[in-house]
Design a protein around this ligand. Sequence first.
Ligand code: HEC
Ligand SMILES: [Cu+2]
Length: 313
Amino acid sequence: MNWLRSLLLPAQGSAYASEYDTLFLFITLLSAFFFLLIAATAGWFVWRYRRAREQAPTSMVTQSLALELTWTLIPLAIVMGIFFWSLNQYVGASVAPGDAMEIQVTAKKWLWAFEYQNGTRTVNEVHIPVGKPVKFVMSSEDVIHSFFVPSMRLKQDVLPNRYTELWFTPTTTGMHTLLCAEYCGRSHSDMLGKIWVDDDATFQKWLEEGDESTRTMPLKELGKMLYESRGCSTCHSIDGTRGDGPSLRNVFAHDIKLADGKTVIADANYIRESILEPQAKIVLGYEPIMPTFQGLLREREILALIEFIRSLN
Ligand code: HEC
Ligand SMILES: [Cu+2]
């Protein structure tokens, strides 16, 4: 059965996965069994009761209580069995244990923002310790998104004006892909995130100091990495083509025409303000849709983005 599981389903990253997979495969195989049974029976009837040369009179059968009971009670028993089996899993997945580590998740077009209880914030990337229950408390700033991690067997809608929850226990270290599974606009399919499951020591170190890369990488490289991982690339190109936002090529030190008729020079302060307070100055010809990155970037990361944008001239 394991070969079939690995053929049909992604790797198992959470404690739910094996229970879930067993139920999923049971339903799939059961459906396949009944499909073949019904198709074969139908085929056999077509042949058995085909038109005869001499039309024999049909016998007067009006009903069979035994037959009707059989085809009612057996399926009833099967579906009730599946119902209680999955109810049991659903209830287990609904109520998080009290000691679960809580992380706030905010979805917005088109990124995932995370906030830890100690105030650490990240975008499109979240680190969690292996073997401990984690709870995500999620809401959306705009439309409906859906938090989907196939390898953890997790999926939960993320709604504006309401909190939804999700909890699980990761079982092995490694990286898992987070997707948005509710169409939310043009860059919906770029709304990707990474869930890193770390061993305890690595996780604690990360929580305190940030990634190795954030501390040591050269600014320009770090900026390029952030440009991709923090979702800037969903709205801003670096080759001059227009997206939902202006291309970042030839912005630094150039004159920028604003929607209110003024012109500013794009120095480091302007870039910084554009990232932290995007609504303060709106570029002419664009909608004010850029989300603020206030609190989502470390000081060195903002510097790195400025350095990266400067390098695009
Ligand atoms: C949802 C789309 C979106 C995302 C994501 C986004 N931006 Fe923007 N950005 C815009 C839009 C639209 C504008 C132009 C309107 C305005 O000034 O707010 C803009 C303006 C800017 C400007 C000013 C550009 C100019 O020509 O004057 C900079 C710099 C900038 N963004 C940097 C970033 C960086 C860095 C990131 C990632 C950390 C980012 N943006 C993420 C949409 C986005
Ligand atoms: Cu989405």
